[in-house]
Write a protein that binds this ligand. Structure first.
Ligand SMILES: [Fe+2]
Length: 482
């Protein structure tokens, strides 16, 4: 037995840990699942094995769980396994949580300082036939793409020098290259950032380091056909604070927002830094270049949204005054100025996604999620508090918007986009729905172009699926042996 989990937002209700590894063959499907949808949908979920050592922790410290929906000929099979990290193995051996604060090893129990403590819980990155369970505080773990068995820590065959790798890699759909970076690349609270490229075979072909203006939480970055963009939000880390047992991250508005842009064919020595007012952002929808003009679309707000970082920073934020928006940042590299202009494309939200074919290029269609109070009261799911309850399809050229809500007591987890081979078919979105009244989950599949018409099918899950962070769709053709 283990002790009960604390009854806090991070561990209670729909956020209660699941800890269930499972295989479910042939899930019940209500409606018609198009046979063209063939492939694997991987999801990364923080799911703590043990209650927190100190009685309190954040949702996003939870041990990494990866689930797999296998879509084949109208059937769906489900599998879920823990990532067997060094952290989880240590805790299981002790039969209790040994790790302290989020990303602060100085608060751990003694005896393993300096060893990997990542929970590997953020994104299942697929590249060159491999599934890498990534979290930005360390290198990823490689998993078997079919069984989800943990193969072990992955460092590109010993080539990667960076101690960390982002959970937000940027694949170039045309070259097959994987663009990524690692921040705090040289160690805890270091300013070094590594910029890396793996070729389509998975070989690391480039790794260049630079020193960021400050230690920033660089959760995601953007890549166009011509440029690479490193956005630094004013959320900073400090080694002395960590040594004294403090929080890894605090909101640090004096740093402002700083954005580094380099030519994709150049080097980190060419980075040019732009400065703007403080804002917070985690995910970039898309970015593209047109000569000296660089366009970056981002889900932004005026303040960090994570309650545990707000608390550590001594700020009290009113959710209604966060200034959330889907923003377009326009940079003109021909001007001798270090600013950019912002326009608002749509309402606040997150989990932005385009079709893979549209990545890095001028585009029209965006999909993202928002919490709309008109569609129901706040329902807790995930690390921020209220889960999203509305999926948006936005034409960023015209502003035309379609939305979908599935009921006042249903929140939605991040969607994936599944392309179609049919001409002029926009493909599908699939996402896990949290059915709060039933304490169960189901997957909704909608036609991406007509998401406002509602699901064409629902895949029933006979258990509650804790909120994922990110997921990845891998079509059958990219999977060896499918
Ligand atoms: Fe993310």
């Amino acid at each position: 037995m283990t002790k009960p989990f604390p009854q806090t937002m991070d561990f209670a209700g729909f956020n209660a840990p699941s800890r269930i590894e499972a295989d479910i063959y042939d899930l019940v499907v209500e409606g018609e699942l198009p046979a063209e949808i063939r492939g694997h949908w991987y999801r990364s979920i923080p799911d703590p094995q043990y209650p927190p050592k100190d009685g309190w922790d954040t949702f996003i410290s939870g041990d990494g769980m990866v689930s797999l929906f296998r879509f084949e000929d109208g059937h769906v099979d489900f599998r879920q396994r823990y990532v067997m990290t060094e952290r989880l193995k240590r805790d299981r051996a002790a039969r209790r949580g040994l790790h302290g604060l989020y990303r602060n090893p100085y608060t751990d129990e003694p005896g393993f300082f300096g060893e990997s403590r990542t929970a590997s819980n953020t994104t299942p990155v697929f590249h060159a036939g491999r599934i890498l369970a990534a979290k930005e505080d360390d290198r990823p773990y490689e998993l078997d793409p079919n069984t989800l068995a943990t193969i072990g820590p992955y460092d590109f065959g010993g080539a990667l020098k960076s101690l960390t790798m982002t959970a937000h890699c940027r694949p170039d759909p045309e070259t097959g290259e994987l663009y990524f970076f690692g921040y705090e690349a040289g160690g805890l609270a270091s300013r070094e950032v590594a910029f890396c490229i793996a070729d389509k075979t998975g070989k690391l072909i480039r790794e260049e380091w630079f020193e960021a203006p400050f230690v920033s939480l660089i959760h995601d970055f953007a890549v166009t056909k011509e440029h690479v963009i490193f956005p630094l939000q004013p959320v900073s880390a400090d080694l002395e604070r960590l040594k004294s047992g403090g929080a890894h991250w605090v909101w640090d508005p004096d740093q402002g927002t700083q954005v580094g842009i380099m030519p994709r064919g150049g080097s980190v020595k060419d980075l040019r830094w732009f400065k703007g007012p403080p804002s917070s952002f985690f995910h970039f929808l898309n970015a593209y270049s047109d000569g000296d003009k660089v366009t970056v679309d981002v889900c932004a707000s005026d303040m960090i949204v994570f309650p545990f970082i707000q608390e550590a920073s001594g700020v009290v934020a009113n959710p209604a005054e966060m200034g959330g928006r889907l923003a377009r940042w326009s940079f003109d590299l021909s001007r001798n100025e270090d600013s950019w202009t912002e326009t608002v494309l749509g309402p606040g939200g997150d989990m932005p996604r385009t079709a893979d074919k549209d990545a890095m290029k001028d585009y029209e269609i965006a999909y993202y999620q928002t919490y709309d109070p008109r569609n129901g009261p706040p329902m807790v799911s995930g690390p921020v508090g209220a889960g999203f309850n509305t999926v948006i399809r936005l034409n960023v050229k015209t502003g035309a918007m379609k939305t979908l809500s599935l009921g006042p007591h249903v929140t939605v987890q991040e969607h994936i986009h599944i392309p179609s081979s049919q001409p002029r078919h926009e493909g599908w979105l699939a996402f896990v729905c949290d059915l709060h009244d039933e304490n169960l989950s189901e997957v909704a599949v909608v036609e991406a172009e007509h998401l406002d018409r509602g699901p064409i099918c629902r895949i029933k899950i006979p258990m509650r699926l804790r909120c994922q962070v990110h997921g990845t769709w891998v079509p059958a053709g990219a999977l060896p042996g499918f």
